[in-house]
Ligand binder design. Structure first.
Ligand code: SF4
Ligand code: ZN
Length: 321
């Protein structure tokens, strides 16, 4: 097949729009989707300092490369942030890859670890709390998700960033949307969406410049442009429900190309109403760490207290600050 634009050999067929792309025009198409997302919602302003959360995985590394490219033409600054959760056999490699990519692009890079800022690695937490898979307490992902969100916000403030860019792609957004609908958790959909709002001075606004780029295109972008990314999977990943939704959406996309974009458009239309109804605007400061929360103590601190308590019970000692 030939590229719809220039007639050269095509490397990609975008079934949802019936077009073929050569390497050059594929790159342009992906980059212009990111540019349009940023422009449509004013996600990045002139002179902004953008912290990019880079795990080393395909989405965040591609995000770093594309934002770096955009920052050459449009005046904003980027700084890469990596959260090291402390997951043996998985994180060390991906942290290395994040480091290499930032170095190659000449982007400043900082690493923030659970061990240093929470007090224990995720592996230690699982050891202390018992694992969900064994039917004990909460699963690793619950701690990980809450602490990562907390630490990313801390890190973004620490580097004086105006915004925090994360690598959510089209598939992630659509999965998240449907999962929350199926769980009846519509309120959650009002908290993050196509654009950001300043909800609290202690909360660095999150932006998702890749939310209109399908996962498939991110993988291909990395491969075609020889970008080193980590494709390995976290050993704690057991999100069976998400996997079912993902397979179902992919099946629908196969039968009805464009389904993912249609679902995203529906979400975008509903978002202003959801945000109005559900975004918390009356947040307090956590009594322990000072980060914004709806209650008195934030979820990250209450998880930390639980783990400290259990460690004490079990007589396990760690360096806890
Ligand atoms: Fe953390 Fe779970 Fe993701 Fe692993 S799969 S990095 S434990 S949230
Ligand atoms: Zn707190």
């Amino acid at each position: 097949m030939k590229c719809t634009k220039c007639g050269r050999d095509a490397v990609y067929h975008a079934r949802y729009e019936g077009k073929f792309y050569c390497h050059k025009h594929f790159n342009e198409m992906v980059e212009s989707k990111v540019k349009q997302t940023v422009r449509k919602y004013g996600l990045i302003k002139r002179g902004d300092r953008i912290a990019v959360g880079v795990s080393g995985g395909k989405d965040s590394v591609v995000l770093l490369h594309i934002l770096h490219k955009l920052s050459q033409k449009f005046p904003f600054e980027i700084i890469a942030i990596t959260i090291d959760e402390g997951i043996a056999g998985y994180r060390p490699e991906s942290v290395e890859i994040a480091k290499k990519n930032a170095k190659m692009l000449g982007v400043e890079h900082r690493i923030y670890s659970f061990k240093e800022y929470i007090g224990f690695t995720l592996d230690e937490t699982v050891n202390i709390m018992g694992s969900f898979e064994k039917g004990e307490r909460v699963g690793a992902c619950s701690y990980c998700g809450v602490w990562r969100r907390w630490l990313l916000n801390y890190a973004a403030q620490d580097v004086n960033a105006d915004k925090l860019a994360v690598g959510h792609n089209l598939d992630d957004e659509v999965q998240m949307f449907l999962m929350n609908i199926m769980r009846g958790d519509v309120a959650r959909l009002g908290r993050t969406g196509p654009y950001y709002e300043v909800i609290h001075e202690g909360l660095v606004p999150r932006i998702k410049p890749l939310r209109e780029v399908p996962e498939k295109e991110i993988v291909l972008y990395a491969v075609l442009n020889n970008i080193e990314v980590d494709f390995s999977e976290c050993p704690y990943a057991v999100e069976a429900f998400r996997a079912e939704i993902r397979d179902w959406i992919n099946e629908m996309e196969e039968k009805h190309p464009g389904t993912k974009y249609q679902i995203l458009r529906s979400y975008d239309k509903m978002f202003p109403l959801l945000a109005k109804a559900y975004a918390h605007r009356d947040l307090n400061r956590c009594k322990i760490c000072g980060q914004p929360t709806t209650g008195e103590i934030c979820k990250a601190c209450s998880f930390k207290l639980q783990v400290q308590e259990k460690a004490k019970e079990k007589g396990i000692t760690f360096r806890i600050e």
